[in-house]
Design a protein around this ligand. Structure first.
Ligand SMILES: *Cc1c(COP(=O)(O)O)cnc(C)c1O
Length: 218
């Protein structure tokens, strides 16, 4: 557990030369004790890929800030809307509309990011760049959502141009939609993403060490 606090310090030091960058600790497949260790070391925001797994941790650690960063199927939107603070993977109007309708009235609007598929060879999740503006328009009119910006998972080994393209799309929409968040960068591409303008990075392995084998998607 001591390693988690040390790793966090190292990651924070890498981020520190870029102002106003937020660190998300990706805790998928890590047990609650390891999440707690990171929290004890000052980390408050956590990213999870699977709704079911995240909800189990939330029951034990309710006060933390929880971000859903895995693909969201439309039959899981209700739990996401009720339990998470942020959803990074909105890529369709249908999912956005369900999240808005299902966000409980007593909670603040759900923070959302639109996931963009910048390097087409990589993940198949996310929206083509040409479709982002129309979805941003629709999402920004949904009463129970707060559109904060964009998210991307460039393919492993993607070159700098993928990150630049993402930043360009972000900049082109930033003032119109009052974006403040560009979520990109993981353990292996952290420095590159920061250099190219990420404002939120999602780091798992560099904080918690290698993951156990993935569970099935929830
Ligand atoms: C797992 C995951 C991360 C963290 O990846 P690491 O390589 O462990 O830092 C970040 N973002 C998303 C969307 C992920 O699925």
């Amino acid at each position: 557990m001591a390693a988690i606090a040390e790793n966090l310090q190292l990651v924070r030091a890498r981020i520190a030369r870029f102002p106003r960058v937020k660190l998300l600790a990706v805790s998928k497949s890590q047990d609650v004790e390891r999440v707690r260790a990171a929290h004890d070391a000052g980390q408050n925001a956590f990213g999870e890929n699977y709704v079911q797994e995240a909800v189990q941790k939330m029951q034990l650690l309710p006060k933390l800030e929880w971000h859903l960063i895995g693909p969201l199927q439309s039959n899981k939107t209700r739990i996401a809307a009720e339990r998470f603070d942020w959803v990074h993977t909105v890529a369709s109007e249908k999912v956005a509309r369900r999240l808005s309708e299902q966000r409980p009235a007593e909670l603040a609007p759900l923070n959302v990011l639109i996931q963009v598929n910048v390097s087409a060879e990589g993940t198949k999740s996310g929206l083509a760049p040409a479709q982002v503006e129309a979805l941003a328009q629709a999402v920004s009119a949904m009463p129970r959502l707060r559109l904060r910006g964009l998210m991307a998972i460039p393919a492993p080994g993607a070159d700098r141009s993928a990150y630049r393209q993402m930043k360009q799309i972000y900049d082109s929409l930033q003032s119109r939609f009052a974006f403040d968040t560009l979520s990109m960068g993981m353990s292996d591409d952290l420095d590159l993403a920061l250099e190219e303008g990420a404002t939120m990075v999602r780091v798992g392995t560099a904080i918690f060490g290698a993951r156990k084998k993935q569970k099935d998607a929830a």
